[in-house]
Design a protein. Structure first.
Length: 195
């Protein structure tokens, strides 16, 4: 370990790989809310956060469990569910008078087609302005669940299908029907939150 009078110990959250202070300072001083997407082990949380000197304030929030309110039977962390969460967060932000936000992905890598960008796509479809390159957004087949449906349809072994999609089947959704279910839930969200 480095020693001496010129050695500066990094901040604790930087040592724990939780915060990039350089990027955070740029986002915090921008004057616009941050669109924060954070996955956990069981769900996804999307928040619109405003930074003040005394701390961060959450202006709007959407969690994976909110999808159940609209009848969502699919997974809680896959690309279609994150898109729907972004749609919910976008509508909630517009109701609070927030029209523009900047994306905050934290220490995650900006990979093309990642779930973070599915959330951004959902929020942009709701009407929230988030500056983001359209080339990194996931394809419509991924956000609507067509890829998952095709994968489930290609499985010939019934036991393997039941093992991989046990959560879907337990909740009463055949994975091959995911695109139709996605469309129905998206319509319900639009009808409920757009008014």
């Amino acid at each position: 370990m480095a020693k001496g009078p010129r050695y500066n110990v990094p901040y604790r959250r930087r040592r724990e790989a939780k915060t990039n202070y350089k990027a955070r300072r740029i986002l915090a001083t921008s004057g616009k809310p941050r669109f924060v997407v954070r996955p956990s082990s069981r769900n996804i949380r999307i928040q619109l956060v405003e930074s003040k000197v005394e701390g961060d304030y959450v202006l709007a929030q959407a969690d994976s469990w909110e999808l159940k309110k609209y009848g969502w039977l699919g997974g809680s962390k896959n690309t279609p569910s994150v898109y729907l969460l972004g749609l919910i967060a976008g509508h909630k932000a517009l109701k609070k008078g927030i029209e523009e936000a900047y994306l905050d992905i934290g220490l995650n890598r900006p990979t093309r087609g990642a779930r973070v960008f599915a959330a951004v796509k959902g929020a942009r479809d709701a009407g929230l302005e988030i500056p983001c390159n359209g080339g990194v957004m996931p394809e419509p087949d991924r956000t609507e669940g067509v890829v998952i449906s095709k994968y489930a349809g290609s499985m010939e072994d019934r036991y393997e299908l039941e093992a991989k999609f046990s959560g879907y089947l337990r909740r009463g959704l055949r994975p091959q029907e995911l695109p139709e279910h996605f469309g129905a839930v998206k319509t319900r969200i639009g009808e409920d939150l757009a008014s």
